[in-house]
Design a protein around this ligand. Sequence first.
Ligand code: RIB
Length: 301
Amino acid sequence: MSKIAVIGSISTDFVVTADKRPEVGETITGNDFSTTFGGKGANQAVASARLGGEVYMAGTVGTDLFGKELIHNLTENKIHTDYVEPVTHVPSGSAHITIVDGDNAIVYIPGANNAIDNNRMEKLSELIESSDIVVVQNELPQAVVEKIIDFCFAQQIKVIYNPAPAREVNQSVLEKATYLTPNESEFNLLFPEMTISEGLAKFPNQLIVTMGSKGVYYHDGTSEKHISSYKVNPIDTTGAGDTFNGAFAVALTAGLDMEASIRFGNLAASLSIQKFGAQGGMPTLAEMKESEQYEKTWNIK
Ligand code: RIB
């Protein structure tokens, strides 16, 4: 089975639902509060593992209770955690999420996720070298993200770089990623001088722009392609992009081409947003296969 390494954040999500977002200085009464498992890295790892991927997670958590539960959750989802390291002196990472009408607004506190420094990276080289694909996001220090991408590029190991949350990134780093998967606003920050169409044409079969309900765009070397999203009524869009990236990794390692891998990712994301919590609705492979939209030609086992 193909080996997927996800290097990234592992966090607890503190989630409130409310009918509106408060104005500055305003207090409102919300509807609900819950803690759920999150972190873009962990979410992408869980998405891949539920879809049958052999997933190795790498990252850092605190030695607090949250850290223990975060590791336990990964194990429960059949993810290898040998490269998840508890670190002292910092609390586990957290995200503070407000959901209004199914859409989220997030304050991310890196905490222990920022403890994955370049020294720890040295230990990860053996994991990367033995993996078929590496997945990385922007909830780790930028220097570490760059080192991972540089290393993958030098070793010719495929890397999916999901540049979320948005921050400026050196163009030379972007060019080294095998696949780059920003959403629309992340694209605009990364390539302020280009339209999406110009960006897609400049990075054919590499740049994939996810646009939520508007679908996904890429360029196949000949022309720009649009893959529609599946129409559903979202309950909670948190983690939709993570589900897409995790599913995309599974589809690629299963041998699907770019277009089919994007459709597979879109279907997984559409199922995930119909339940509450970043990981709450991430589908298993069996659930994907029960969907009317599942394509037999995908042949993923
Ligand atoms: O992509 C969604 C994730 O980003 C949430 O689970 C939260 O942890 C945030 O950082």
